[in-house]
Design a protein. Structure first.
Length: 423
């Protein structure tokens, strides 16, 4: 009886404790839910402006080194993974052929310049000689014209004298013819007739002398006329010779053009000779080296690449639904799988104008067949605030996790126009 009583009392006690335990569990569950809700709210509040993607990679604007002239490689100064400073010689080509071409071009230019100087001296000589000939011919023509004019003036003067002498002769002849019969008839004295006869002879001699002078002056006029014609011919010949000066000047102009052409050939040969030394276009590390000493290279052929690891950037591919509040200038935190726990900091510098699929080699054609909507990704370019430290270099192609804080909304959605400054 006593044992049955004890069993009953134990059952009653456990029955009384069960509701109490359920209440405690309910309160604990409620508290847990409440704490989780508060924690979730706090996490959401703190992270509501953050957009994260692990589809991000390290990128760099690598430079492909190539030759600008064909040739055989003589020396290589770098190997893969070596660091090269911008402007240092990395490869040399055999330069003997280009040096000989330069010497040939310089010799041809020297010959043309010597010929130009010789032609210039010839031009000066011809110019002075023909100019002197023209001046001499003009002076001779002027002298001949003056001589003719003087001769004509003398003829005119002598003609005037002839008219006077003719009048005196006619008067003296009339006197002689009138007094000659009187002298024969002894009507006048012999002395008076001698005076009249002498006057007649003098007038006749004077008239003959004037006529002789007129004939001589007329001959001088004819000689001066002939001299004028000869002087004119000499002047025309001298003027014709002056045309050689223009011809020589034209030849000098043509020769000067040839000199300019030869200078261009010389400069091109010197430039090609300088191209035998290939310089690093940027500072960075050598990669993808494909050449050896003795290889023949062509212009534009890729020899190797230079990767500027100190100037890398991040290309993060965000979903299109993550770009709603994303702007240029927003800060970003970058984590590399290579360096767990280490954070790089940067900022958005550009958002691509289209999705990655739109610029792919074979863009999708959504107008045909069955269409399935796929969330597209847009590349976002991020620049680091500082270059990566020496002990944590970011190599091209490394996978990254990028988190962008979109709470800063002061930046633009698109980049503004550049001012023309080169990269």
């Amino acid at each position: 009886m006593s044992s049955d009583m004890e069993l009953k009392e134990g059952k009653n006690d456990r029955t009384a404790e069960a509701p109490e335990k359920r209440r405690v569990i309910a309160w604990l569950l409620l508290a847990t839910i409440l704490v989780a809700s508060i924690g979730s709210f706090i996490w959401w509040y703190l992270h509501r402006h953050l957009e994260t993607t692990d589809n991000a990679y390290v990128m760099a604007d690598s430079a492909t080194v190539s030759s600008r002239v064909p040739g055989r490689i003589a020396k290589i100064y770098v190997e893969n993974d070596d660091y090269a400073e911008q402007g240092t010689v990395v490869v040399e080509l055999e330069s003997e052929d280009y040096r000989l071409r330069l010497e040939q071009a310089e010799a041809a230019l020297k010959t043309l310049k010597a010929e130009y100087n010789l032609r210039l001296k010839e031009l000066e000589y011809i110019d002075k000689k023909t100019q002197a000939s023209v001046m001499e011919a003009r002076a001779a023509l002027e002298v001949a014209r003056n001589r003719k004019q003087q001769a004509m003036d003398r003829v005119n003067r002598l003609l005037d004298e002839k008219r006077i002498a003719q009048a005196d002769f006619n008067h003296a002849r009339r006197d002689y013819e009138r007094f000659e019969p009187l002298y024969r008839s002894k009507a006048i004295a012999e002395r008076d007739f001698d005076r009249i006869r002498t006057a007649y002879k003098k007038a006749r001699a004077k008239l003959d002398g004037v006529e002789a002078e007129i004939s001589a002056a007329q001959k001088e006029v004819n000689v001066a006329t002939d001299e004028i014609e000869r002087s004119k011919a000499k002047l025309e010949s001298a003027l014709a010779e002056r045309l050689q000066v223009d011809v020589q000047r034209r030849r000098l102009e043509a020769l000067k053009a040839k000199i300019k052409e030869a200078e261009a050939v010389r400069d091109l040969a010197a430039l090609n000779l300088s191209y035998c030394k290939i310089y690093a276009p940027i500072s960075g590390y050598i990669a993808q080296k494909r050449i050896q000493v003795g290889d023949w290279v062509q212009p534009g052929q890729a020899l190797f690449a230079i990767v500027p690891l100190k100037d890398v950037y991040i290309e993060a591919n965000f979903k299109e639904t993550q770009l709603t509040n994303m702007r240029i200038g927003q800060p970003a935190v970058i984590e590399a799988d290579t360096y767990p726990g280490y954070e790089f900091h940067g900022r958005i510098v550009g958002i691509r104008a289209g999705t990655g699929a739109a610029f792919s080699l074979l863009p999708p054609e959504n107008a045909t067949g069955n269409w399935i909507k796929i969330v597209q990704r847009v590349p976002v370019k991020i620049r680091l605030d500082e270059p990566p430290p020496e002990d944590r270099p970011l190599r091209v192609g490394l996978s990254l996790k990028v988190t962008v804080d979109t709470s800063v909304k002061s930046g633009p959605f698109l980049k503004t126009a550049r001012t023309g400054k080169p990269f």
